[in-house]
Design a protein around this ligand. Structure first.
Ligand code: BES
Ligand code: MN
Ligand code: ZN
Length: 499
């Protein structure tokens, strides 16, 4: 998508469509919307007076100015109640308007920046939200369709700003928004791709492609070498699978010892059957998304590189499928992890923590100042928090950073405790630890298990995004299917690192 900023009045744009907005309860629109209304001889006021448009969040109306304005169409989008306005409402409004414009056949859309006027938002942040909402709403996954492909595409967006002094801020915000959204769409594509396409080596190839495009360093470590390194916890998950496993390492600002180092570790289970502890078949197809954490990390790394963040960031993805066959790990098997801790594998379906354990230990190689792992880890997360917050646990400072970034991106997180008493549930008769802690507090015991594999007391935290990787409901800037959850959250956390 081509995105630019132009200085001028929205009502003067000779455009296929212009977008203006309205808060709920406003009867006499001011600003850009007022100017358009005046040019239209009061048509917007008439819509409001007639009760046809109330300004509810994501409400949308289309007006045809004929010759009253140079634009062919006016798209009016509701922002809801002014006191409830936020950058996410702006993101949603942008998404709603863009989707409407595309469905009408508009290929180049001109819009005001929601929130930058009476909304009172910082213009840079408002422009970022606008571009994120637009790109994320227009996302479609069609690469595996040969029929019924959509024929309407919006491919250019112009941000129209009256105040010339704000143009630079809008330009910057638009650039950030584009990097954020594209990172999230990388994650969406990887999750939407089925497991016969998005294999561990597919993830590796995608990482290599992104590295070549952005200048990230990349390393793909293959099974033989992982074996020699001692990543037996990770490899125990891949034994039953036909697809070879690999460890993907992406690095931004490699070798810059002067910069803070943050390691991101993403769960890359390209398909989770449960292994010998086989899952029931209902909804098992959703387990193609069990690399949602890996997808978030890979997408975030692309954005981190594009935004040239002043940090040394390492993305680590252990990638494998979890399948049952004659070579598969059996319940009761004991493995030696990279850290040397022995693990009794009671349930082969608790595989995410087995691959992350070695991934987290491996992160120590980079002497990180912080480690953040992200994973579709537990069904308990879905039960506890539903669709509106990821679970987060670990270092209080990191949790606070993620909470702040989660509010800004609307990829919110909610903290769970890691009290040492939970450790009792992981005691094994035969090994140092077992990989499951029972039904009670299952998201917490999973996090507790991971905490054991951190080296040198490095600040660490864990984000559980189970069930958030895909949605069966469309939202204003997220069609059904993969959400990209976590990619923007990670990037925003890193963008604010110094704050
Ligand atoms: N990938 C699943 C968790 C999951 C559940 C992701 C629902 C997305 C939606 C994970 O590997 C898993 O199977 N977890 C089990 C562990 C249990 C066997 C200890 C769980 O939480 O039920
Ligand atoms: Mn599992
Ligand atoms: Zn899993």
């Amino acid at each position: 998508m081509l995105i630019d900023v132009t200085v001028g009045a929205i009502q003067d744009q000779a455009a296929q469509a212009i977008v203006v907005n309205l808060f709920e309860g406003v009867t006499e629109p001011g600003g850009a919307t007022g100017a358009v209304d005046a040019a239209l001889g009061g048509q917007i006021r008439a819509l409001i007076a007639g009760g046809d448009f109330r300004g509810k969040r994501n409400e949308v109306a289309v007006l045809y100015p004929h010759d009253a304005l140079p634009a062919q169409r006016v798209i009016l989008v509701g922002l809801g109640k002014a006191e409830k306005f936020s950058l996410d409402v702006a993101r949603q409004a942008a998404g709603t308007a863009a989707a409407k414009a595309r469905d009408l056949g508009v290929t180049h859309l001109h819009t005001i920046v929601h929130g930058a006027g009476i909304g009172g938002c910082d213009p840079e942040q408002a422009a970022q939200a606008l571009v994120e909402g637009t790109l994320l709403a227009l996302y479609r996954f069609e690469e595996l369709k040969t029929q019924d492909l959509a024929d309407r595409h919006l491919d250019a967006l112009t941000l129209v700003e009256f105040d010339a002094e704000r143009a630079d801020a809008l330009q910057t915000g638009a650039r950030v928004g584009q990097a954020m959204a594209e990172g999230a769409m990388v994650a969406r594509n990887l999750v939407n791709r089925p497991a016969n396409v998005a294999t561990p080596y597919h993830l590796a190839q995608q990482a290599e492609k992104i590295a070549a495009e952005t200048g990230l360093d990349v390393q793909i470590i293959e099974e033989d070498e992982l074996e020699e390194m001692g990543m037996h916890s990770f490899l125990s998950v891949s034994h039953g699978g036909g697809e070879p496993p690999c460890l993907i390492v992406l690095e931004h600002n490699a070798g810059r010892k002067d910069l803070p180092t943050v390691a991101l570790v993403g769960k890359g289970i390209t398909f989770d059957t449960g292994g010998i502890s086989l899952k029931p078949s209902a909804k098992m197809e959703l387990m193609k998304g069990d690399m949602g954490g890996a997808a978030a990390v890979i997408g975030a790394m692309q954005a981190v590189a594009q935004l040239e963040l002043p940090l040394h960031v390492v993305g680590i993805v252990p990638a494998t499928e979890n399948m049952p066959d004659a070579h598969a790990t059996k319940p009761g098997d004991v493995v030696f992890s990279l850290k040397g801790i022995t693990i009794e594998i009671i349930n082969t379906d608790a595989e995410g923590r087995l691959i992350l354990a070695d991934g987290i230990t491996y992160a120590d190689t980079f002497a990180p100042d912080a480690i953040i792992d992200i994973a579709t880890l537990t069904g308990g997360r879905v039960v506890a928090l539903g669709a509106h917050a990821a679970a987060v646990m670990g270092d209080a400072g990191l949790v606070a950073r993620l909470q702040a970034a989660g509010e800004a991106t609307r990829e919110r997180v909610w903290e769970l405790p890691l009290f040492e008493e939970y450790g009792e549930q992981l005691k094994s008769q035969v090994a140092d630890v077992k990989n499951v802690g029972g039904r009670e507090g299952s998201s917490i015991t999973a996090g507790f298990f991971l905490s054991k594999f951190v080296c040198n007391d490095t600040p660490w935290c864990h984000i559980d995004i189970a069930g958030l990787d895909q949605s069966d409901k469309a939202a204003p800037y997220a069609p059904k299917g993969a959400t990209g959850y976590g990619a923007r959250l990670l990037v925003e956390t890193l963008r604010r690192w110094d704050a």
